[in-house]
Design a protein around this ligand. Structure first.
Ligand code: ATP
Ligand code: MG
Length: 391
């Protein structure tokens, strides 16, 4: 097998001290995401190499496009470092496919006696003589990359841009409050990009919220799991707390207090599972509960850091990302979430902390929170087969 996938690391190569940790984690993540496929993987300081048969190679490429920490991916032909072999392979790659070209040689193996520029000329001259192609150094149809390395010579043309970011998990794990909306899956994706792996937390209120709403959230989690491979969904039975809030608190404070309860539960889950932060899809000013005053009153119940990756984005910017990562179509399915049922006509936009505390103290929420957390349903293995069970 002479074809192989070469992975370039990108940003993580700048992390000098932790380089090894980064690369090992990236390798683990790649293995995790390629589970079930047949291939061989090896690595050195600057590259990872994957070999496989042609069919599997295409599947692997698709999956690698969803791995954070990868700068770029190329499919390269490996030949022996022998001028004739390099010429023949270069000709085979370029002939009939392009009009203009440029050769770009990298001589990583300094024992190879011909310098890069000179080698560009040798191969370029050979191509010119044997094809109708012309050289264009400024704007060629194709760049023929030739990397001369100790283990052999790698020749490739197209470089596929990787996702960048950090290997998922390098920063530990956070708890993503995942609703069926547009914002929170995007928030999850952006956290994964910075190396924060996720568990998801979803509040459901049956029978007020439907099984379809729950399935939708599992589907969203399974889409963002393609960027992680480790994601679990924790489903919190939220009905009793919600009903108590409606029974005991004034309409305008229902959402404020409901969200304070959500944060309390999220905090308890973070502590029990030894996660690091809470992550959610709040965006400043989007709704009454996301004015700065509301966010302050709601945030007041926890001292944990709350990461809000879409806090400063416009809805349209968030939708763009949702479209790119493939969550948008699912997010807009019309199933009601616990935040949208019994929505008050006039939710308070400048809530007072004292009032929120006074209202919520009218029922024994601590006991209910304990009960919620003890009765969480956990969904693991968010791969296709498993998630079919829930649909
Ligand atoms: P939309 O995209 O329609 O705004 P949303 O999910 O952002 O949907 P919001 O009411 O704006 O809905 O909620 C703000 C954030 O609170 C969500 O992004 C999510 O992180 C969290 N959240 C809301 N409802 C739930 C829920 N039922 N379970 C878990 N987290 C939730
Ligand atoms: Mg929102």
């Amino acid at each position: 097998m002479n074809k192989l996938i070469m992975i370039k690391y990108g940003e993580l190569t700048t992390k000098k001290a932790n380089r090894k940790v980064f690369i090992n984690l990236l390798e683990n993540n790649i293995k995790n995401i390629l589970k079930g496929l047949e291939y061989k993987i090896s690595k050195d300081r600057v590259r990872m190499y994957i070999t496989s048969n042609d069919d599997t190679m295409d599947k692997i490429l698709e999956k690698l496009k969803k791995v954070f920490g990868i700068h770029s991916i190329v499919v390269a032909e490996k030949v022996n470092t022998n001028i004739e072999e390099i010429k023949t392979k270069s000709l085979e790659i370029l002939k009939g496919n392009y009009k203009t070209f440029k050769v770009n040689t990298k001589r990583a193996d300094k024992k190879f006696e011909i310098h890069s520029m000179e080698f560009n000329n040798i191969i370029g001259g050979f191509i010119l003589k044997n094809t109708d192609l012309k050289v264009d150094v400024h704007n060629p149809d194709v760049i023929l990359n030739i990397e001369i390395r100790v283990e052999g010579t790698f020749i490739y043309t197209n470089e596929i841009k990787g996702l960048g970011g950090y290997p998922v998990g390098i920063q530990g794990k956070g708890l993503l409050m995942l609703s069926g909306g547009i914002d929170s899956p995007v928030a999850g994706y952006l956290s994964l990009k910075r190396g924060v792996d996720l568990e998801c937390l979803y509040f459901e209120s049956p029978p007020h919220t439907s099984i379809e709403a729950k399935q939708k959230v599992i589907k969203l989690a399974s889409i963002i799991n393609e960027y992680s491979g480790n994601i679990k969904v924790n489903i919190v039975p939220f009905t009793k707390i919600q009903e108590e809030i409606y029974k005991n608190c004034p309409d305008s404070y229902i959402i404020t207090i409901m969200r304070r309860m959500m944060y309390r539960i999220a905090e308890e889950v973070v502590k029990r599972k030894k996660l690091k932060v809470i992550i959610n899809g709040e965006s400043i000013g989007q709704v009454a509960s996301q004015t700065l005053t509301s966010m302050t009153v709601i945030n007041n119940v926890t001292s944990l850091p709350i990461i809000r990756p879409v806090a400063c984005m416009d809805k349209l910017e968030i939708i763009d990302i949702a479209n790119n990562i493939g969550t948008y179509e699912t997010s807009i399915l019309p199933y009601e979430d616990c935040c949208t049922i019994f929505l008050p006509k006039h939710p308070v936009i400048n809530p007072s902390l004292e009032k929120a505390i006074k209202y919520e103290n009218s029922f024994d929420y601590e006991k209910l929170i304990e009960e919620c957390v003890n009765n969480i349903e956990i969904i693991t293995n968010l791969n296709e087969e498993k998630y079919e069970e829930y649909l």
